[in-house]
Design a protein around this ligand. Structure first.
Ligand code: 8Y4
Length: 278
């Protein structure tokens, strides 16, 4: 798959480092502070082997309050601009808003990562135009409900079947809008309207998501599917992360979206070796 002008071969999984540019409540530092820390965090993840950096300015954690367009733009665009000038990494923009997508693309983004699967006003049209004009793929994630309500009693007959069917429908919709098939990445959306069992059903049968011959992303890093099962706080989930990323990798995951790039790269190198030996 090609991201703008960079070709990536998914013979083994690649790592996407998470770069949050949501303000934290313990810091009232100005925008320059945030950009400087974003740059150093990005440098750190690039040195460790990240192929992608996912820049997000909207929290999609359960119950998070929505952020306005101007606020999201002012958080995300200066960071994308700074990263694209300094690092040879593929910048992924984590957004659902059409304006943020096009501004991010204008400042160097190479992938659109939309947890709402291009469902917001103008998002499909904008993403399709960016795919056609600049060869910017989109990652389409499955979510049941909205971030506000998704975790109150999610239900499926079969979560795996429903996610596969969702992918089928989205591929139809995106190709109809002008996307080339090979410009679409898929993501089952761990933690987005799923119970603990739903998440582990998706992990157990992850290989089912690879039937479309498209790259599949797995985002489980530090999520409650690890913390709740193991009874571990967010900063004590690395071993769990490594385990689930190994399992997803063995089932054909192409991109591991993680906070801890160094540990995920160990997984990638072992998978690469497994793929090489007889
Ligand atoms: C600690 C910190 C615990 C953050 C949980 C979290 C995905 C995603 C998110 C994903 C794709 C998150 C933007 C949720 N998850 N995009 N985004 N796939 N494609 N929570 O799974 O990281 S945000």
């Amino acid at each position: 798959m090609t991201f703008r002008n960079k070709k990536v071969v998914f013979d083994a999984p690649k790592v996407m480092g998470i770069l949050n540019v949501t303000p934290d409540s313990f810091s009232d530092g100005g925008k320059f502070d945030n950009i400087d820390s974003a740059i150093s965090q990005c440098a750190f993840m690039c040195e460790q082997g990240a192929t992608f950096i996912d820049v997000g300015g909207e929290s999609t954690r359960p119950g998070a309050t929505p952020v306005g367009e101007d606020e999201e733009l002012s958080r995300v665009i200066p960071v994308i601009d700074a990263i694209s000038k300094r690092f040879d990494v593929i910048i992924s923009v984590d957004t659902s808003k059409a304006t943020v997508m096009s501004e991010a693309a204008a400042h160097g983004a190479g992938l659109i990562n939309d947890v709402r699967a291009l469902s917001q006003p103008g998002a499909l049209e904008t993403a399709a135009e960016l795919a056609a004009k600049h060869n910017i793929p989109s990652c389409i994630m499955h979510m049941q409900g909205t971030p506000l309500t998704m975790q109150n009693g999610p239900q499926y007959d079969s979560v795996v079947d429903e996610v596969v069917e969702f992918f089928r429908q989205q591929l139809e919709r995106l190709t109809h809008a002008g996307f080339h098939y090979k410009q679409i990445m898929l993501d089952p959306g761990f933690g987005f309207g799923k119970t603990l069992d739903h998440n582990y059903q998706m992990l157990k049968h992850f290989i089912r998501f690879t039937e479309f011959d498209l790259p599949v992303m797995a985002g489980m890093s530090r999520k409650s599917m690890i913390g709740d099962l193991l009874n571990k706080k967010v900063d004590d989930r690395i071993a769990g992360d490594v385990c689930v990323n190994t399992l997803a990798s063995m089932s054909g995951a192409s991109v591991l979206r993680v906070h801890d790039v160094k540990e995920a790269m160990d997984v990638v190198k072992i998978i690469e070796k497994i793929n090489q030996v007889a």
